[in-house]
Design a protein around this ligand. Structure first.
Ligand code: TXA
Ligand code: MG
Length: 323
């Protein structure tokens, strides 16, 4: 069972666990977040494991201030203006991701944009003390109602995590508003705790309401897709193919592969999840026309890994996203 500590006495314990790669439930002003070190792939994989998320949606990286944010993403003048006006607060900005950010690719699901938010209160203190961003989706089980009290988080996740930091009921009670910033244009990706009118007042430009299917989690049209074709459940490697391996046993013909990367030589799904996006892009960069993928078991994090692989393997001209 999770230990529940009042936020006034939890900072040191929370930071110790976070630094060790453990997910910790923390209060923010919007909703409770299930936080993990955003620079540690296995820690981020554990978020998905704990939440039982069947797919790797990109997560929000939480920062302590604008300075930390600017090391992670490129801020246009408009983006800086919004951050200055509303941070810390219930606004998430989707911005171009800097390659040198140190944020693990599992956080962005391999996208070249990143969602950033500076939260109020405990989360911000913890991030400042760690000196690293925290990835944190809402602290609920996937598809269930979002936790706005430590008790609700405990009921949902208490058996799966070690620490819940109790900050009382959250002030906003609704997730942050997510806005994508492209130069001078703003697009609403998710309505939330900050009214769009307030954003427009400060920005001086209208916020475009995204095309219907873009607003809800899991409906992103821009998920990472490699250039190479993806061939799933490969028992054999064909000449010229690259191989995305899993576990100790190799597909036939692996020695002729243009390049081989193993998601987890020992067959550990958490390690595999942490390596998924970086290995796919490294194999893609090797220039093979096709990446053969060894079978990955479907249980635990394997479900999300297989979901992501299946999307990467889907025909490109059929870019329609499911709900
Ligand atoms: O208030 C909140 O935003 C809470 C607290 C904990 O900060 N967090 C939260 O996270 O609601 P989550 O993971 O439940 O929702 C994050 C949303 C998802 O819908 C995801 O698709 C979207 O942010 N997102 C993340 N990165 C994105 C990106 N690069 N482009 C577009 N959408 C992105
Ligand atoms: Mg959520």
């Amino acid at each position: 069972m999770a230990e529940i500590l009042a936020q006034e006495e939890a900072l040191e314990t929370a930071c110790r666990l976070l630094a060790a790669g453990e997910p910790v439930a923390i209060p923010t002003e919007t909703v409770y977040g299930l936080a993990a070190d955003a620079t540690n792939g296995e820690a981020v994989a554990r978020i998905f494991e704990v939440k039982g998320r069947p797919r790797f949606n990109p997560l929000i990286a939480h920062v302590a201030d604008l300075e930390m944010a600017e090391r992670i993403a490129e801020f246009s003048p408009l983006a800086s203006c919004l951050a200055r006006a509303f941070w810390p607060g219930p606004l998430t900005l989707v911005l171009p991701h800097r390659e040198s950010s140190g944020v693990h690719p599992l956080v962005t699901a391999g996208l070249d944009t990143i969602a950033l938010r500076c939260p109020q209160g405990f989360g911000r203190e913890a991030i400042a003390r760690l000196g690293r961003p925290l990835a944190a989706p809402s602290a609920n089980i996937s598809g269930r109602v979002t936790g706005t009290t430590a008790q609700a988080v405990n009921a949902a996740l208490g058996e799966r995590i070690r620490l819940i930091v109790d900050g009382g009921p959250t002030k906003v009670g609704l997730e942050s508003t997510i806005v994508k910033v492209e130069d001078h244009a703003l697009t609403l990706l998710r309505p939330g705790g900050l009214a769009v009118e307030e954003i427009e007042r400060v920005a001086g430009v209208p916020v475009k309401r995204g095309a219907k299917g873009v607003q809800a989690p899991g409906m992103l049209a821009s998920h990472y897709a490699p250039h190479a074709r993806i061939r799933l459940n490969a028992a054999e490697v064909l000449p010229g193919e690259a191989l995305l391996a899993f576990g100790p046993d190799r597909a036939r013909g692996a020695q002729v592969a243009r390049k081989v990367l193993n998601l987890s030589p020992s067959g550990d799904l958490r390690e595999a999840a942490a390596n998924l996006f970086s290995h796919l892009s490294a194999l893609d960069a090797a220039g093979a026309g096709t990446i053969a993928v060894e079978p990955v078991p479907a249980h635990g994090l394997g479900e999300a890994i297989n979901d992501r692989l299946a999307r990467a393997a889907a025909p490109r001209d059929n870019d329609r996203q499911e709900a």
